[in-house]
Ligand binder design. Sequence first.
Ligand code: NAD
Length: 315
Amino acid sequence: MGQFDELQTIGVVGAGQMGVGIAQVCAAAGLAVTLSDVSREQARAGLDRMKARLDGQVERGKVAAADRDALLERIQVVDLAGHGAAQLVIEAATEREELKLELFRQLDASTPPETLLASNTSSISITRIAAATRRADRVGGLHFMNPVPVMQLVEVVRGLQTSSETLAQLTALAHRVGKQTVASEDRPGFIINRVLIPFLNEACLALSEGVASVADIDAGIRLGLNHPLGPLALADLIGLDTVLAIGEVLHRDFGDSKYRPAPLLRNLVAAGWLGRKTGKGFYVYGPKGELGEPNPLLRGDPSLGAAAGEGRERS
Ligand SMILES: NC(=O)c1ccc[n+]([C@@H]2O[C@H](COP(=O)([O-])OP(=O)(O)OC[C@H]3O[C@@H](n4cnc5c(N)ncnc54)[C@H](O)[C@@H]3O)[C@@H](O)[C@H]2O)c1
């Protein structure tokens, strides 16, 4: 299949919840993985979180100890300049355009010209990211879903310059790691987040207006629409900083006020309450990230209407 018969070596940049999940599914499929973050310590911390999850699965008899060990042996922590042996590097760093453009400039300089580059961005233009490199035809979007080991879908995004060969390689890789794919053209939010983020934002606006409590908004959507998670719990799982960043891209790049992020979402991010990953967001989380009660402090937010919260949450 063109440049590479079949990809064998994958680099992952960013060892947060998505990068670590991507590294895990690639290693589980037998691929050799290099993993980096802002520092080796940060990348090792991500790897430790993966190991702790795998240990739990071994204890519950879901994964064989030998498979866990073999999987972990396939992952090597490196610096950003250490992805030279990877045939494809997947970037999964924080959702900020300037940061991603700089990472792609650096990857373009530090990897051989035939190396494929992909971004796991939720919303940022793949065309703009590709234009930061001298191999724009070898750059595309590989948008995994969260949590990566569990979710079936990868959205494959074609930038204006992405070659058909690159798209085929990226799609084949997603299938190789056991995922199903959908193809999207390069528009803000692609398919999934163009639909999802306005939905999550609307739930946040409804909460702010005092339409209903956190618990009732989420229970309404779970039971009424048969969603596995309510929108506020889902926003917490994604990370409220990421939800806000995607909302800002949709708002800016479509230039349409219907995408404006809810002020309450901005306040939660400003408070450092980013959801599950920081232990507090719309809900409060246990030490292992277990979903707890709705955040009682939200009632004190003046942007919330009088009817929000106040004794109406149900467990
Ligand atoms: N959270 C989700 O549900 C979800 C789903 C699909 C896609 N995404 C996308 O995946 C990407 C990562 O999201 P996440 O949820 O893993 O975020 P996260 O906050 O869990 O992790 C981001 C990681 O990027 C690292 N990072 C920051 N700057 C870096 C740099 N210059 N070089 C290397 N690493 C750097 C951070 O240290 C952190 O470990 C974003 O683009 C996001 O939009 C997120």
